[in-house]
Design a protein around this ligand. Sequence first.
Ligand code: NA7
Length: 544
Amino acid sequence: MSAALETRGFQASGTDFDAIVVGAGISGLYQLYRLRELGLRVKVLEAGTGVGGTWYWNRYPGARFDSESYSYAYSFSQELLNEWDWTEHFAPQPETLRYLNFVADKFDLRRDIQFRSRVAAAHYDDAARVWDVTLEDGTAYRARFLITAIGVLSAHTMPRIPGVEDFQGQSFHTARWPHDPVSFEGKRVAVIGTGATGVQTIQEVAKTAGHLTVFQRTPNWCTPLHNRKIDKAEMEEIRAGYPEMFKRCQETFACFLHTPDPRSALEVTPEEREAFFEHLYASPGFGIWQGNFRDILNNREANALISDFVAGKIRQRVKDPATAEKLIPKDHGFGTRRVPMETRYYEVYNQPNVRLVDIKETPIQQITATGIETSDAAYEFDIIIYATGFHAITGAFDRIDIRGANGALLKDKWAAGPQTYLGVQVEGFPNMMMLMGPHTALGNLPRSIEYNVEWVTRLIRHMRDNGLTRAEATPAGVESWTNHVRALGVGLLSNEIDSWMTGVNRNVDGKDTRVIARYSGSAPAYRERCDQVSADGFKELALA
Ligand code: NA7
């Protein structure tokens, strides 16, 4: 059959699948579930040996949720909500991975997931209106739709430090942690990196390591997680409250249980302000970041007030004043980078077996066979842990050779920053839909994922029902959405700071300038906009 004829039916002949979903994490699993309901032939291609995405790869010691477990779970199935019990308010990674395996089993998802299958290339064939997808081992598939479920923080990066390959002891990146347990008992351990991952790792490793050395380049503002166990009775209370809780998550700014307080930090009395900060500091989870006064993230004066408050807490908790000062960020305000949630993190630095090395003062010069050399000392280690983060948001796209209608490479198109339509489609890349792509509402990810998947499913259902075989974002649609996203970012203090949230990662070529890669409007506004597009028959897309 000729390529032209193949385009006529929704289900193109000559294809292996109607849709290929790349990634079996929270997005990919749910997309598979929904597309199966439509009766599509779907294959999920997954690089790992199991489901779970982020929760499959990030097995490092201490890995756990920073969002309340129950608010982070899927909400689409009442049966699932009835059957799954969380044991901690902020579940540790093994529990979350068990949960995602439970989901995969419950909905019999595994039969359409192919593991050990890393996608190397995806090229669009515009004559046939299909995607040619090639795995690293050369296996090739054709599908009408390419749906990327490749994660926001999945392309991990090693630091660019001379000698990384030379170290003869054990070394691990946190996002490639081995499946077998690693013992730190009596070992000399180094951790490089003090982001959310580094903080979780450090506080766990410090419990058993013979000696731990933390190499910190930039300190972050960390606040207490206040995790607790959930007993049976409390779990039943939580379950009874699910409808209300999920409703709240739909209404809050970023789908968290927490949402900004309508007051300005500057309009209350100093006593009221202090009391509110104390209350937030003593409350579980992201409240102090996501539920603080409305202007702490966009008004310098308001931001300085909460920064001073948290700095005071660090000074109280760290005994050695010089160490405390090193742990207090001086180049960015509270909440302008992702706030690591901690459990006795600062107290770790009061332990005799823990040392903090400020590598802005004494930079790392090289890694050797036996350890790490800074400008003023040589340290010997048995284990080096790289908690050095990810090429976030666009990194996972850059690692795949994705070429659109006229052979253009997505990576090149996005060289100066991503341009998208609703964070779901890209002009020139028909029939490619992104889940948690750049410019989508992120926030509490599973909440956003469920919406994103349901919207993509609506679009594909619309195409099926109308015999359409090609969907592409228009130049006008992309320009308008990209400009909207950029405008939303104006005035946000976080956009003036280097971090994964602004796309900066100096371990990757060309990623040393800030870009607007995140949508920073409210999740309800995002959904309203997307709902409008679908209610209007997706007329804003070029459909054929
Ligand atoms: P982050 O937050 O990007 O943190 C990475 C850390 O590694 C950070 O402290 C970096 O210092 C440090 N880093 C990176 N490269 C180097 C080199 N070359 N030398 C020394 N130190 C380095 O990643 P995480 O994994 O902690 O967290 C990512 C997100 O995952 C997190 O926000 C959650 O949402 C889940 P820097 O700050 O760049 O000076």
